[in-house]
Design a protein around this ligand. Structure first.
Ligand code: SF4
Length: 292
């Protein structure tokens, strides 16, 4: 068995795939709503140690087709370092078809188009990306360190290199006051980029993140489930994607689970939301069955 350095996070879609920690923590680690890696100092793991993990996993799972590279933003690694890793993964897992990782706007913008193309050609073909919101005002309040134009530029750089994008948006992150601003500006990002998978989750602040979050967002007033679903409905109404998007809103945090393909299923999804909003609380998943 290999040794994992906890806490360890991976996207739900990677639950059945091999996870290899190539970095520890998050190179940015400064978003006010996020406490995932607050107990970890960012570190690049030594290639020799990573190779040892790969060797052990390759012996146990020689038919592996999909690998996820952890931790919080493995695309922060230098391109040459990543290419060396990708080449070793292809050697040790001959049936490998896909390598994925979490990536941030900052990570993508630190690479050239040629570097991203090289990575894609070496099987880095999916990134998990937290948009959170498209509003510059809210991005500042959640200390994301980027603006809407940076997010759009980075997503377009990734997709033009042939890398697929699985993006998340956080419902409720603008609170009551900036709800409309959040939805309008976030829809703009989706409509100006080529996201392949899109998930919406609901904001849930861990206890240890609250002080820092409110310090930067003093006028934040949380939305209840009803208003979150209204936000979700307005968001779907504003989406005019330029490509097909697999849409999911089925995270443990969601008050209502939705899934479909956009734009084809948009009116069905909006209708499901209308019905749930008419019924009210009784149609929502009870809090005891949810997690954040
Ligand atoms: S949200 Fe992502 S980029 Fe921001 S601190 Fe958390 S892991 Fe890092």
């Amino acid at each position: 068995m290999i040794k994992y350095y906890y806490p360890l996070f991976r996207p739900p879609a990677e639950a059945n795939n091999i996870i290899i920690q190539v970095t520890l923590g998050c190179s940015y680690n400064n978003c006010s709503f996020c406490s995932m890696y607050k107990t970890k100092k960012y570190e690049v793991r030594n290639l020799k140690d990573v190779y040892k993990d790969i060797d052990i996993l390759a012996k146990s799972y020689p038919n592996t087709k999909k690998v996820f590279l952890a931790d919080g933003d493995a695309l922060a690694l230098e391109t040459e370092h990543l290419l060396t890793l990708l080449s070793y993964l292809q050697k040790m897992f001959p049936k490998l078809k896909r390598v994925s990782l979490y990536a941030s706007t900052q990570n993508i913008l630190s690479k050239s188009n040629d570097e991203l193309v090289k990575l894609q050609k070496n099987m880095l073909n999916l990134i998990y990306f937290g948009i959170e919101t498209g509003s510059n005002l809210i991005l500042k309040k959640i200390t994301k360190g980027v603006e809407q134009s940076d997010i759009i530029k980075s997503l377009n750089l990734a997709s033009s290199a042939g890398i697929k994008i699985s993006a998340t948006v956080i419902l409720g992150i603008g609170g009551v006051i900036y709800s409309q601003e959040h939805i309008t500006q976030t829809a703009k990002i989706i409509n100006r980029t080529k996201v392949n998978y899109l998930s919406t989750l609901q904001l849930g602040l861990e206890e240890d993140a609250k002080d820092n979050f409110y310090k930067h967002f003093s006028d934040f007033e949380p939305l209840d489930d009803f208003r979150i679903l209204e936000e979700q409905k307005r968001f779907l109404e504003l989406l005019l994607p330029i490509n097909k998007i697999i849409f999911r809103s089925n995270h443990a945090s969601n008050a209502l689970h939705l899934s479909g393909v956009l734009p084809k299923d948009a009116s069905r999804l909006i209708n499901e939301l209308k019905v749930a909003l008419e019924i009210g609380q009784g149609a929502f998943i009870p809090n005891e069955y949810r997690g954040f």
